[in-house]
Design a protein around this ligand. Structure first.
Ligand code: SF4
Length: 417
């Protein structure tokens, strides 16, 4: 049996001005699927349209040459923040031939399985985490049109099949090239109102330490990845595992840079020093707002003073920081948005990323609307970027840090499209 796994790649259709992030990240979930299917003797080809803009003719040829095709509209790094409009994706699928071979997966398919099934006439739709479902389909264990397999066992996955793609094609502007994603857990036990977690299911799943070590050995030891993002939703919630991973990297003498994402209340100075020694260069924090009232309203369950302390502690441990902020929560006032901008510029962050709130279905916000029009929020986002990155003290600080200045340039190229 032969299968082709396709990452749609929004760069095909989304204009550069909307492409706020200038990055090429590998489709980790497709590589998990590949590894699982190859173990069953199925021959796999991965086509990543995020890396190369292959023609429809080429894609049709690949599908024609395979027994079955899986297309994702949003690989794992977009599970939480899929592009909100997906008409272009539907047009793309509808331009393809042999739809009776095609299954669609990803966040859009998970949110609107019946609608997308009807609009495209494909063979089936996978809801939620795709790996077990893909395996089931290829083993002819289901004839359903809508397939959902939420009980994914991360420990049963072979290492993601990174050998099927060229790591040199992937980079993250804040880290560098030969860039790979790895996960040590999947899911998050918190319930922030705005957070879209439909792809993750309710339960947090963890990899065993041995499985994590095997993945690192494979991706760093064998395939020589140079930059890795541990894409767990909150990497240091399990401090003991984070420490053991760091100790393992040090013990093996692996030299690679890595980053992760965590909550401001899951920090620990000694752990961060250890992570820094193991090559951790950057931690992303979801800060969301500079207003305590808004943080409480969105049930983020963090305190403003935790944020300041976490950022300072991270920097003191020698690790760079990136903060994510959002504007346009239902009930948020203009004054509170300005408080966020002012707070972001005062925090000792290396990078900041500002976004309009998107009221995804299945979040606590779908029934409530922001009190301001989209254009207003877009203006606030623009102002925030300008105030943060063009602050004289900030610009001056970059002059003495060539690596960060270079990252800044790359980031700005993405921001201004
Ligand atoms: S802590 Fe982070 S991942 Fe978890 S629900 Fe909140 S925003 Fe989402």
């Amino acid at each position: 049996m032969k299968a082709v796994l396709i990452n749609y790649g929004w760069g095909r259709t989304v204009s550069k001005r909307h492409k706020l992030i200038n990055r090429k990240w590998p489709p980790l979930d497709l590589l998990n699927c590949t590894a699982l299917l190859e173990k069953e003797g199925i021959s796999i080809e991965v086509v990543d349209l995020n890396v190369k803009k292959y023609s429809d003719e080429f894609i049709n040829h690949k599908i024609g040459d395979s027994d079955i095709a899986f297309i994702t509209s949003s690989p794992i790094d977009r599970w939480q923040c899929p592009y909100p409009v997906f008409d272009e994706f539907i047009l793309f699928v509808n331009a393809l031939k042999q739809k009776n071979k095609i299954y669609i997966m990803g966040a859009h398919a998970s949110l609107y399985p019946h609608k997308i099934f009807k609009q495209t006439g494909v063979r089936g739709i996978i809801k939620g985490q795709p790996e077990s479902a893909v395996l089931k389909i290829c083993k002819n264990e289901t004839a359903s049109e809508i397939i959902e397999c939420p009980n994914v066992d991360l420990n049963a996955f072979p290492p993601p099949a990174y050998e099927k793609i060229d790591l040199n094609d992937y980079y993250y502007e804040l880290m560098g090239k030969r860039f790979a994603l790895l996960e040590t857990s999947r899911g998050c036990p918190f319930h922030c109102l705005f957070c879209f977690k439909a792809m993750y299911g309710d339960k947090v799943k963890k990899k065993s330490l041995q499985k994590i070590k095997d993945d690192i050995d494979y991706i760093v030891g064998r395939l020589k990845a140079k930059n890795i993002y541990f894409i767990d939703l909150e990497f240091t919630l399990d401090k003991e595992t984070a420490a053991k991973i760091s100790e393992y990297i040090i013990e093996k003498g692996y030299k690679f840079n890595w980053c992760c994402q965590t909550r401001v209340d899951a920090v620990d100075y000694e752990l961060f020093c250890l992570m820094h020694r193991a090559g951790c260069k950057l931690i992303h924090y979801g800060i969301e707002s500079g207003s305590q009232r808004v943080l409480d309203m969105i049930q983020k369950r963090i305190d403003i003073k935790d944020i300041t302390e976490a950022i300072n502690m991270t920097k003191k441990a020698g690790i760079e920081t990136a903060g994510f902020f959002m504007f346009g929560f239902p009930g948020e006032t203009e004054k509170e948005m300005n408080e966020t901008i002012s707070y972001a510029t005062k925090l000792n962050l290396d990078y900041a990323s500002f976004h309009p709130v998107i009221a995804y279905p299945e979040t606590g916000f779908i029934k409530n609307k922001c009190d301001y029009p989209d254009e207003f929020i877009a203006g606030v986002v623009r102002t925030a970027y300008l105030k943060f990155y063009l602050k004289p003290a900030y610009m001056l600080s970059r002059l003495f840090k060539p690596r960060q200045a270079l990252n800044q340039l790359r980031l700005f190229r993405g921001l201004i499209g």
